[in-house]
Design a protein around this ligand. Structure first.
Ligand code: TXA
Ligand code: MG
Length: 319
């Protein structure tokens, strides 16, 4: 168990001593350390059991901090930052040497965002350094959206969890890079493609590769519960799986074939936003049920539905 609380001064003090602190954001909880100190950043990789080829996201509280950290700020990146920060959008920008190579896994670009959470913004504004923070889960598992999720899995390895309540977006940030002037989506996330295209025009969505990922968080098998996850509805699996040993992840309505206690509805309201907010907690809950497999319903492929489907597809992949 780690200590949980809202003490920003304590968090700031620990971080300035190169300790790890879990921080709330609007997307998921992060596992934070001083991004400019190699020793502090190394602890993140150790605690998460994260391969060193997987770069981290750097969090700042003010767009003016960028000039110290990156060497270029393309026009389209600037427009997106001005429109969507603080918020669930991460920009890949040419790094300056002040960012240690371990943060970017040797890549020339650094991933940066301003998170939209009052506690974490206040914390960042008190620090003289930015925070490197991946999601606060063991590598490959579902991201945490409450302080308790963090404590359940990493509590024993952390100094402090800054408890900012449940995450309001619930799914990780959208990651966007620039190939010359063309915006390239490296990871679907909390800011929809539709919203981004309204600001910068057409974007390219990168195909995922599990062999040489440029965003390893996009590995085909990731965000995975320990149980087998299958995509579709019960009719697609008739005769193939035992309904009595199956739990369902449903968008807005129960399936009449399966007992309600073995089903989780993501959004009573039918709103995709609500589904995103509940997704990871639901996956954790399903993982604890006494069943052999989880059958997850795919959402309409639009807006945040794309990012949710992306996580479900990767949860269902064993590659
Ligand atoms: O919402 C979020 O983005 C959360 C909160 C805590 O900010 N963070 C998060 O971090 O999801 P993480 O480490 O779980 O995912 C970061 C992703 C990884 O897939 C990583 O490969 C990618 O960002 N990434 C980081 N730097 C990159 C770079 N220079 N080029 C391409 N991908 C990069
Ligand atoms: Mg992650």
């Amino acid at each position: 168990m780690a200590e949980k609380g809202k003490d920003i001064f304590k968090a700031a003090h620990l971080l300035s001593e190169n300790a790890l602190v879990s921080i709330p954001t609007e997307t998921v909880y992060g596992l934070a350390a001083n991004a400019l100190e190699v020793d502090a950043v190394l602890k993140i990789f150790e605690v998460k059991n994260r391969p060193s080829f997987d770069p981290l996201i750097v969090h700042i509280s003010d767009i003016n901090q960028l000039s110290n950290l990156v060497s270029q700020f393309p026009d389209k990146a600037r427009v997106l930052a001005e429109r969507f920060w603080p918020g669930p959008l991460t920009l890949l920008l040419e790094k300056r040497s002040i960012i240690p190579d371990i943060v970017t896994a040797g890549l020339p670009t650094v991933a940066i965002r301003i998170p939209d959470h009052p506690l974490t913004l206040e914390l960042l504004s008190k620090l003289s350094f930015p925070l490197a923070a991946p999601s606060a889960n063991p590598f490959g598992y579902v991201s945490p959206t409450t302080a308790q999720h963090v404590d359940d899995q990493l509590g024993g390895k952390l100094s402090y969890i800054l408890d900012g309540g449940p995450c309001q977006i619930g799914i990780e940030s959208t990651i966007i890079g620039f190939n010359k002037e063309v915006p390239v989506i490296h990871r679907l996330g909390g800011k929809s493609i539709e919203d981004i295209e309204k600001i910068v025009g057409e974007v390219v969505v990168m195909k995922h590769s599990s062999s040489r990922p440029s965003s390893p968080g996009t590995l085909s098998s990731h965000y995975s519960p320990n149980k087998v996850v299958m995509l579709g509805d019960m009719t697609s699996f008739h005769g193939k799986i035992d309904p009595a040993r199956t739990a369902l992840l449903r968008f807005k309505e129960y399936d009449a074939e399966i007992p309600k206690e073995n089903q989780i509805i993501l959004a009573q309201s039918g709103e995709v936003k609500e589904a995103a907010k509940n997704l990871f907690a639901a996956m954790r809950e399903l993982d604890l049920m006494d069943v052999d497999q989880i059958v997850a319903e795919i959402l309409p492929e639009e807006g945040l539905g794309r990012a949710i489907n992306d996580r479900l597809r990767r949860a269902s992949s064993s590659a």
